[in-house]
Design a protein around this ligand. Structure first.
Ligand code: GGG
Length: 355
């Protein structure tokens, strides 16, 4: 029997609710498939842990996580503790410490869901956004001077390296080459940002020569938002910087129906460290505890995790179950315009997995 060791970090807000739902689906899958097992170790890290211990995760956290095959993560963010502490104390140290430099965000309109775009009715919107996950504005460079004085200065330096850009470009080209349309859109802002972004353009052209079968086009990020709305069918695989892709993928998920259906994998493509899978949404404390969080993104990211672990049949079964139950509006949570609870959607998915 194949066994996979999974570290579970529900963290904050609705992260706890959707991960509980995701784990139920994983249990149903193991029982149904019968040829693999998963062991789950829970880590209580997050904002409550910070309140009790003064840190978001244990000092030896990365060392302890290293022995796992993958990490199933919920969400981070707190109404009181600043994001600069919660994000930089848990999610980013894991992504950066494990060099999960490729953040993969598939987006499509699941059966039964409605895009806010009138001209989208299904296959017109089928994208994978690749977010560079280790550099840019998230490199942590910058500073503050003359705090509290009128002369106060704050800088946030976007850092791009040849190694970092080359490897994400290669990853995105390979991914595009593996999809039927073999189409890659490279997003930058190289008209206004004339150093690092121009380097992106240059490296993109160099890497592109290694992939003659991939059709490449280039967009500035501002124009890209318009194209995503007006001509979604013209896009397939998309690669952008850490910050740009973060923004674009929230837009993408909303265009596919809701942020509640957007999954992501933080991948170490070289397989040196565990990769981490999470819904793209945050902790959503406005709905925490109400039992109405949408678990679909967490199921979908669970399918990505299973694929990553080589459990392709189980991943397919899970996505088939998700795509079966989303057809019924009775399984739509409020973010999708329905009134289903997290528990109802979870029960429906588990039932579909079993049948
Ligand atoms: N599950 C995703 C999550 O918790 N995101 C919280 C967040 O603040 N992310 C900021 C970012 O990804 O840039």
């Amino acid at each position: 029997m194949r066994t996979h060791k999974i570290a579970v970090i529900p963290a904050d807000g609705i992260g706890k609710e959707v991960i509980a739902a995701g784990l139920k689906a994983m249990e149903a899958l193991q029982a149904r498939c019968g040829d693999f097992a998963m062991t789950f170790e829970h880590f209580p890290w997050g904002s409550d842990y910070y309140r009790a211990h003064g840190r978001m995760m244990d000092a030896d956290g990365l060392e302890r996580l290293k022995k796992f095959d993958a990490i199933y993560f919920g969400a981070v963010g707190d109404p009181v503790i600043p994001d600069s502490i919660t994000l930089w104390g848990l999610r980013l140290p894991i992504c950066q410490g494990f060099d999960q430099y490729a953040n993969v965000r598939p987006t499509r309109v699941l059966p039964g869901l409605t895009s806010p775009l009138r001209h989208v009715n299904g296959p017109e919107l089928d994208w994978v956004i690749v977010r560079e996950n280790s550099e840019g504005e998230y490199a942590g460079h910058g500073g503050r001077a003359h705090r509290g004085f009128p002369e106060e200065v704050g800088t946030e330096t976007a850092v791009f390296t040849r190694t970092g850009v080359t490897r994400i470009m290669r990853f995105a080209h390979k991914l595009a080459a593996s999809r039927p349309r073999k189409l890659l859109t490279i997003v930058t802002k190289s008209n206004a940002q004339r150093h690092g972004m121009v380097m992106w353009d240059e490296i993109a052209a160099e890497v592109g020569r290694e992939f003659p079968d991939v059709t490449v086009d280039k967009m500035l990020v501002d124009a890209m938002t318009q194209r995503m709305v007006l001509n979604p069918a013209s896009l397939d695989t998309i690669v952008a910087t850490n910050l740009h892709a973060d923004i674009l993928s929230d837009l993408a998920a909303a265009l596919a129906g809701s942020l509640g259906v957007g999954p992501t994998g933080n991948i170490d493509p070289e397989g040196r460290f565990p990769s981490m899978f999470e819904p793209i949404h945050g902790s959503a404390f406005d709905i925490t505890g109400k039992g109405i969080a949408n678990p679909v993104a967490t199921f979908w990211t669970g399918a990505m995790m299973l694929d990553h672990l080589g459990e392709h049949a189980a991943a397919k079964r899970l996505m088939t179950a998700v795509e079966l139950i989303t057809r019924d509006p009775a399984n739509h949570t409020p973010d999708l315009g329905g009134n289903a609870s997290t528990a109802k959607v979870t029960d429906a998915v588990c039932e579909a997995i079993r049948s």
